[in-house]
Design a protein around this ligand. Structure first.
Ligand SMILES: NC(=O)C1=CN([C@@H]2O[C@H](COP(=O)(O)OP(=O)(O)OC[C@H]3O[C@@H](n4cnc5c(N)ncnc54)[C@H](O)[C@@H]3O)[C@@H](O)[C@H]2O)C=CC1
Ligand SMILES: O=C(O)CCC(=O)C(=O)O
Length: 645
């Protein structure tokens, strides 16, 4: 039978998958980390099984918390991928087949091999194996001596080592002595058993009665009666590195499923990955889980550099906007006040003025945004077919807000035809069809110029790649119509191909806009694992289309990102049909404000507000606004969010 692991049914989890423990094993012995060790203890083995099951959403959280680890993550992008339940990703180099015959064959091979002297000490830097540890060490020092590619990643630590195990030892001894809440679990599965060890971090768990230690020998023994009941895991372990070796894909799946159910953050990694990201885990283990950024913005550009005032509060420019703008802005302000967000709003007016025939922003508004570097904006109405240019576009051009990030995520508790929609598109925000270069050639004939430039295409496409990296999405998809607009969209596509070369770990794909529209409507699940990037108008349209998939424009936030300034706003417009009636849904602006808070690194406030908003929507139609088939007014919704804070 050849069944691919991903075809196995997702296991049911009535019981924890571990029953017995490996008694008194000294985990400080590095042999535990080599494949040969498993051969020694005669586990019928299909080889070292490395699976990369990552529970989203920690990776983006990690990346945002410790930017210097982004490279590490990028290097391992091929193995570190967010798991999309219920499938799991297996190590790229280790195709696993659920193949009982092979297990038997493998164990026969092992038995045969055990009669010969074993070459069980592998050089970690090349493929050579040795029968004696000393020979292996001699080989390392003579062949690889001068190479010290393994650098300690702790801040201010400059140690470099030639082997991963040396680096590992250094990290353990120098940096992890006082680690808290970090659990490294090394295990194997056989008949569903798992054993593990907290190494010498057990003290912080206070699992008294279960752990014995001999600190002088730096050893930790797991007594045979160690009780791994899930409740302890649930309480104690927030981040867990779990390494599983085993003969049965199903066992691995059960363990993975169990841990995913019990732990918010689970990574299953191979040895070298563990070494590399250990410090990162340590940082994360000490941080709130809330660092996971759901409505995230890319961290590459638009980094917020503002500083709080002497009162500890940040000043943020508030543009209430037109139509429903003031109503939804008031809702945000009320909720922020109750949530005690350390922000002082600086309201500004952006009524346009025509100076030398150009639509111009009021100088006060420009000064405020330049000073505060961040703004929250309600919708601004633009007259159709006449009158001033769009103030929305003027703002984006004035502050060079070149990338518009538009995430769109199903709202739990509000049912729509598709569940688990999770798309993100990045819209070029300064030119394209929105460049506003239009003229009448002769009466009845007008020309509108779609301006596409290489620099603008390049920066938004690079932003899309960096964004994909930071939220751990493996693919960037360029949405275009270069079949028709061969030069303009053609330039966008060609630029993407060039930029894509800088990101070999991220897949670059292309799709015609009409096809994307069809596919998004027919089944948006494919778009979960990628970031779309596209010229301006396409982004505008596709983001409204995406909003339709999750319940409408009242739900979708956005961020206009520049290198210095960023402005956050809902995707929707001023909704003149419901303005002043108390019917507006403030969710989109609230979620935009959460994006803004995360951009400002005020993550816990963002989480608190986002949770309260989503909880309110899920609580029933009486607390939902009319656009979500509810009966609530804007003010009632706001009160409920405040109650749920
Ligand atoms: N970024 C911005 O400030 C944008 C401004 N606009 C401007 O907004 C004005 C109105 O444009 P429309 O085409 O009508 O688009 P719109 O987005 O304002 O409204 C479209 C539909 O969605 C509903 N809707 C939108 N937001 C809602 C919310 N928060 N709660 C409940 N229902 C909501 C409206 O009632 C309407 O039925 C125009 O002047 C347009 O130029 C349009 C899009 C974006
Ligand atoms: O400025 C406007 O009226 C429309 C702006 C727009 O298309 C957008 O924000 O998506």
């Amino acid at each position: 039978m050849h069944a691919n692991v991903s075809q196995l049914p997702w296991p049911t989890l009535d019981q924890p998958p571990f029953v017995t423990m490996e008694p008194n094993y000294d985990f400080s012995d590095s042999r535990a980390e080599s494949e040969d060790w498993y051969a020694n203890i005669n586990v019928p083995s299909m080889g070292l099984v490395d699976i990369s099951v990552l529970s989203d959403p920690l990776v983006p959280g990690v990346a945002s918390l410790v930017p210097e680890y982004q490279n590490t993550l990028a290097q391992h992008a091929h193995t570190i991928q967010p798991a999309v339940e219920p499938s799991y990703k297996w190590h790229a180099n280790t195709p696993i087949l659920f193949e009982p015959e092979r297990v038997v064959a493998d164990s026969n091979k092992l038995k045969a091999a055990s009669t010969q002297p074993k070459k069980q000490f592998a050089c970690e830097l090349c493929a050579k194996t040795f029968t004696r540890r000393e020979s292996m060490k001699n080989h390392v020092s003579s062949v690889h001596q001068r190479l010290k590619p393994y650098k300690c990643q702790y801040a201010k630590c400059t140690h470099e080592y030639s082997t991963p195990s040396d680096l590992r030892r250094h990290v353990r001894e120098k940096h992890l002595r006082n680690a808290e809440k970090l659990f490294i679990c090394q295990g194997r599965t056989a008949d569903g058993n798992l054993w593990g060890c907290g190494k010498r971090f057990h003290r912080s768990y206070q699992l008294t009665g279960h752990w014995k230690s001999n600190r002088s020998q730096r050893k930790c023994h797991i007594p045979p009666d160690f009780d791994y009941t899930p409740i302890k895991f649930r309480i104690r372990f927030r981040s867990c590195l779990l390494k599983i070796h085993g003969p049965s894909a199903r066992d691995l799946a059960v363990v993975a499923a169990w841990y995913r159910a019990e732990l918010k953050n689970l990574y299953i990694l191979n040895n070298s990955e563990i070494t590399l990201i250990l410090p990162m885990f340590r940082a994360v283990a000490r941080s709130p889980l809330s660092l996971a950024r759901t409505y995230a913005t890319g961290k590459v550009t638009g980094q917020f550099t503002g500083k709080p005032g002497p009162d500890g509060k940040y000043t943020v420019t508030m543009i209430p906007g037109d139509g429903i703008g003031p109503e939804i802005a008031a809702s945000v302000e009320a909720i922020f006040k109750e949530a005690k967000v350390p922000i002082t709003w600086e309201p500004v007016d952006v009524t346009p003025s025509l100076i030398n025939g150009k639509t111009t922003l009021p100088a006060d508004a420009v000064a405020s945004i330049n000073k505060n570097l961040v703004a929250l904006k309600g919708p601004l109405a633009t007259p159709v077919g006449k009158g001033h240019q769009s103030m929305n576009l003027t703002l984006r051009r004035t502050f060079a807000l070149f990338a518009n990030v538009r995430p769109c995520k199903s709202v739990q508790g509000y049912k729509t035809p598709y569940e688990n929609v999770d798309t993100v598109l990045i819209r070029e925000n300064t030119e394209g069809e929105y460049s506003g270069i239009e003229h009448e050639i002769v009466p009845g004939v007008v020309q509108s110029i779609k301006l596409i430039t290489k620099p603008a295409s390049e920066r938004v496409i690079r932003y899309a790649f960096e964004y994909a990296k930071s939220v751990n999405k493996p693919e960037v998809r360029v949405v275009h119509k270069a079949s028709i607009m061969k030069l303009s969209d053609g330039l966008f596509v060609e630029t993407a191909k060039e930029v894509g070369k800088e990101y070999p770990d991220i897949k670059l794909s292309f799709e015609l806009l009409d096809n994307t529209s069809l596919k998004l409507c027919a089944d948006p699940s494919e778009y979960k694992s990628l970031v779309m990037v596209m010229p301006n108008l396409y982004g505008d349209i596709m983001s409204d289309l995406s909003s339709g998939l999750i319940g409408g424009l009242g739900l979708t936030p956005s961020g206009n990102m520049g290198n210095k300034v960023s402005i956050f706003e809902a995707v929707h417009g001023s909704a003149p049909d419901i303005a002043g009636k108390g019917l507006a849904n403030p969710t989109a602006l609230l979620l935009s404000s959460c994006m803004m808070l995360r951009h400002m690194e005020l993550n816990s406030h963002a989480d608190k507000i986002e949770d309260a908003v989503l909880k309110t929507i899920a609580s029933g139609p009486e607390n939902r606004t009319r656009d979500l088939k509810g009966t609530s007014s804007t003010s009632h919704f706001t009160e409920q969010v405040i109650k749920n804070l």
